[in-house]
Design a protein around this ligand. Sequence first.
Ligand code: TLP
Length: 343
Amino acid sequence: MFPVDLKSDTVTKPSEEMRKAMYAAEVGDDVYGEDPTVNRLEETAAGLTGMEAALLLPSGTMGNLVAVLTHCGRGDGAILGADSHILNYEGGGLAALGSVVPLVADDCSGCIHPEEVRRHCRPSNVHFAPARLLCLENTHNRRGGLALSPETIRSSAEEAHLRGLSVHIDGARIFNASAAWNCSVKEYASSVDSLQFCISKGLGAPVGSLLCGARSFIDAARHWRKRLGGGLRQAGILAAAGLFALERNIDRLREDHENAELLGRLLSGGGVIQVEHNEKPTNMVYCKVPEGACADLHTRCAARGVLFNGVSDNRFRLVTHLDVSREQIVRAAEIILEEAAAS
Ligand code: TLP
């Protein structure tokens, strides 16, 4: 039963069957394009998103970085949400490695709306960094794992395209979004130029992300991946886990959403923790406690085997995934409530 690890869906471990698929993988040197399993995974990712081509990368962070570097040159502006993962948690890679200027936009609704896109597209003038790219995030991590609809994405993307920008989706958890909206990932991908999704989160693979887009874009992205040192050799071992994840673990994401819903309901029932409301929730529960109470609660729960991450002094995040059962959720909620009441 313990530990119940709700820190993130990144903590999932490959199952016995997934490991067998990895063991049996046919491999080759992927830098030569000769790994049949990587090629199959990239074709599968392109098929699932309806895009022309895809590229396997070691992480979501590298997927986003390669996308930004491929879309933008030095001094170009990328419109990023103030609460986006790219801006907050990716080490400033776009500035450090690409001299790309973050144009920080309001994303408190989870999306960067068309009027906000317009506001950042300033007239051509030597004083301004020209906006070249709009980055959206779905599901939106810091907005509680909120899933955006295909229509919401489309209206912002249309505005950006009208103004000559490209559009990228950080879709680390795009399959959670499509499960929440009961739509195909293709409906998201069809309105943008690139989309990256992670196989290493709720889908349960140990490593990897797929960047998807037009063939010419992916060819250029492959060059950036190599420059960043992300060209892998017998990566079929990892790709086999990705293929397994895409075949077996997409449909079950709904269970994680049900568990998150249950967890939120149990925690809010206790009256000591405020569970944040979210219009279209997925596998995350964000909670508020009195100012300064987070660190103590975190330590007390960890001592009893319930692990989660604090986001600030009074806010913490719980993430459900395929290695946490319904029974574990119920027990974790009891422990969190007991400790919150005692502190
Ligand atoms: N997010 C991690 C942490 O970095 C916060 C998590 O535990 O949620 N985009 C989004 C929306 C993400 O949530 C993450 C990971 C990434 C990109 C980066 O993926 P990795 O960890 O594979 O580099």
